[in-house]
Design a protein around this ligand. Sequence first.
Ligand SMILES: *Cc1c(COP(=O)(O)O)cnc(C)c1O
Length: 383
Amino acid sequence: MSDPHALATLLNSVMADAEGAVTPPIVQTSLFTFDNYQDFEDRMAGRTNQAIYTRVQNPTVAAFENLIATAEGGDAAVGFASGMAAISSTLLAFVKPGCRIACIEHVYPDTYRLMERLLRPFGIEITYHSAQEFEDKPELLKGVDIAYLESPSSVVFQPMDLPRVAKHARHHGTLTMIDSSWASPVFQQPLTLGIDIVLHSASKYISGHSDTVAGVVVSSLDHISRIRDLSLPLLGGKLAPFEAFLLTRGLRTLEARMNQHEATANLFVDRLATLPNVRRVNSPGANTVPGLTGRSGLMSVEFDDSVDIPKLSDALSLFRLGVSWGGFESLILPARVGLAQAGEQNSMQKFGVSPNLVRLNIGLENAEDLWADFLTALNQSAT
Ligand SMILES: *Cc1c(COP(=O)(O)O)cnc(C)c1O
């Protein structure tokens, strides 16, 4: 973060309550009754900021939303039941019939399906472009209503010069959205770089413990009001109070966890580069692009044909086989299975991802233990 003390200070102020509790209460209620008729009228007319019904507003959820909004340098936030609920509810609040979306290649596979299976049949035109095209071809945004970005992108982790792309977008009046789950607000704050809307799968680093599925959107008051008026109440994918409590808990250790993920990821990137059977490591580090201040623990490694990937997956013991990421435990996900859905040409196949690619989630276990596990398994599975 630009100010490393901001999040910690903020957390302390939120936690302080009259009875000295250091964590926020979980307000597990669906409705909030009115004091009297006048209060009823005032609240229904939106003249006070008090909650009415948990589908739309809840104090435990609001506590998390205020924290993440500040951490991202935004005005306001809306929590959702999942990252996909945040992504779909945000896109659906801004698309119009016949509008055009320019989307990053290698976008998260379920976002790709949302574009192709849900939005395209409604008459929305979607085109896909690399990070370099977004940077170097400003004219590609001419007539484009929404630029849907990830930096770095999924699986191949291609980073993007966000200030540059934001400038092109402003020139063409294009609304910019970014899925920033990889960096978390600790390593990148896209709103401060000129991007309009930031999305997170909070199931990953923000939760940090592989025990929550949740999402969040951060932006200006205007954009957040639109989402609060339209897709939050009408699609109803709200964040639950208990999940919001877990996310607030996650924020308390986010910076410490990200620093640990980075230290071990740096060790892996340095040592992977010395191995003869590694063709390529995809893992953007601090300052690879403007505004990126750290390397997270999610990376991918492309091996040469000497490595038997099923054998490698089975030989690992600390790295477990699994989807998702961002928690304590280290994971391996071979692209050939994890990203190829049965019978469907998904974004990874369409944009060409090597079958020799594996995604690694570098967790919080001891760094030397993780490297020893990886090297032993690799030696057992390479010919
Ligand atoms: C996991 C993930 C999502 C989807 O989030 P859910 O919380 O699983 O719905 C979106 N984008 C990225 C980059 C992800 O890794």
